[in-house]
Design a protein around this ligand. Structure first.
Ligand code: HAM
Length: 433
């Protein structure tokens, strides 16, 4: 049997599919669209694949994403555009920045606040909450340095979660400095860890030269004594970074968002400066963040644009839906079917079809049976669809030019003339509060 590739998920019709139920996805997407627009973010949809070089340069050559996890495509006939291969986006930020530069969005009034959501791809080992195709809600702000914006992008994620009914989130916050203060800090870190290298894992040994900050979030060596005594980023910030971090914390306190400064949050992507944060829910286990993000003041320039500050985050949509499911928190149900037309026999169905289509044209959600089932089976099917009304058209009704309209909630029924107008009016009357 052909199967979906490992680490991918079907999103399916039906509540029994739990977090994979497409109705829940629609509800989450609707909540995302609504809150993004409400906070002043507009949609920017970048392509699903980009030139490989964008991610190599944007996300960073030394990151796990670029070194091990990219799905790189070899277009038929060899290379992609301009000699580069193409890669399925492992995240959105690099593509959003490219789109900002390429489309001259720096000419718009700043800041430019954008959001998007959709699939991203990482060739990771699949496990609970970790997939190879997953979905993110991504939010980015270009052109503002103000720490109040860092606070806004932290708050909007919390606000979405709260709107969906999810509380108990844990915000971990850190500042990893800027090109002014980080080089000296990096040296301090190297000097701190070098004596212990023979006791540390191969990844740490590799990273000490390329990216020593990543030693701080090593899972293998988390309990090594050198980790506890390592110098922290926040102790080595320059004045500007320190003030920015202090102001951000003031804003978070003012917004009533509890947080913890965690010197181990350094993030697995290279572009961050100053603020970095992750938001966890205990239900998912301590390792897996529901979302994460931070500031990237050098990235636009690094990718060929004018110097432009940026800050944003991305939320894992699978993880969000999994936590909601595990906590038993329901999402708003999809709109109900207004009417199911139970026509019995071929003649009745021929008479029903024009009425069904006329009602649909008026905007009502109407369905009918295509399998020639018994009345009992059709009523059961209508129940499963959650139809509010069923119109029953048997031989005797057909002769008299009426249908029996049954209100599935109230259990009452009455006869209505077999016309779209009469049915639409009867439905409108019954649904009037
Ligand atoms: P990230 O931490 O790599 O950041 O991913 C953000 C979120 O996407 C994670 O917290 C997690 O919920 C979800 N996620 C990541 N990988 C997987 C996976 N393999 N399976 C399921 N969910 C996953 C970024 O992607 C940055 N671009 C965020 C950002 C935007 N920073 C600034 N702007």
């Amino acid at each position: 049997m052909l199967r979906a590739p490992r680490g991918t998920n079907d999103i399916l019709p039906g509540a029994q599919f739990r977090w994979q139920d497409s109705a829940r996805w629609q509800a989450l997407e609707e909540a995302i669209r609504r809150i993004s627009l409400q906070y002043g973010y507009q949609e920017l949809r970048p392509p699903v694949f980009e030139q490989t070089e964008l991610f190599a340069r944007g996300v960073g050559e030394s990151t796990d994403i670029v070194q091990k996890e990219m799905f790189t495509l070899m277009p038929r006939g060899g290379e992609g555009e301009e000699g580069s291969t193409l890669t399925l986006r492992p995240e959105f930020t690099a593509g959003m920045v490219r789109a900002y530069i390429e489309n001259g969005l720096h000419n718009l009034p700043q800041p430019v606040k954008v959001f998007t959501y959709g699939p991203a791809f990482r060739a990771e080992r699949p496990q609970k909450g970790r997939f190879r195709q997953f979905h993110q809600w991504d939010v980015e702000v270009f052109g503002a340095q103000d720490p109040a914006v860092d606070a806004e992008v932290i708050e909007i994620g919390i606000a979405l979660a709260r709107r969906l009914g999810l509380e108990g989130l844990e915000v971990s916050l850190n500042s990893i400095g800027c090109p002014a203060c980080r080089p000296a800090y990096r040296e301090r870190l190297r000097a701190h860890f070098r004596p212990y290298l023979s006791e540390l894992c191969p990844d740490c040994n590799r990273r000490i030269d390329q990216n020593p900050l990543r030693l701080l979030d090593c899972k293998v060596d988390a309990d090594h004594p050198a980790m506890r005594t390592a110098p922290t980023t926040v102790e080595h910030l320059c004045d500007e970074c320190r003030q920015h971090f202090a102001a951000l914390q003031d804003h978070l306190r003012a917004l009533g968002i509890p947080y913890r400064v965690d010197p181990k949050i350094v993030r697995g992507l290279d572009y961050y400066t100053k603020t970095v944060f992750e938001v966890l829910h205990p239900q998912l286990g301590a390792q897996s963040a529901l979302w994460g993000g931070g500031r990237y003041d050098g990235l636009v320039e690094h990718l060929g644009g004018k110097p432009t500050p940026g800050v944003g985050f991305a939320m894992g949509m699978e993880r969000m839906l999994m936590v909601l499911d595990e906590m038993g928190i329901p999402l708003p149900p999809p709109p109900r079917q207004d009417l199911f037309f139970a026509a019995l026999g071929e003649a009745a169905r021929r008479a029903a079809l024009p009425v069904v289509y006329a009602l649909r044209r008026q905007g009502l959600a109407v369905d009918l049976d295509y399998l020639g089932r018994s009345l009992k089976a059709q009523m059961k099917y209508a129940g499963r669809l959650g139809a509010r009304f069923v119109a029953i058209l048997g031989e005797s009704e057909l002769e008299r030019g009426v249908v029996v309209l049954r209100d599935m909630d109230q259990g009452q029924q009455r006869e209505v003339p077999l016309t779209a107008e009469a049915l639409a009016q009867a439905l409108a009357e019954a649904m009037r509060p």
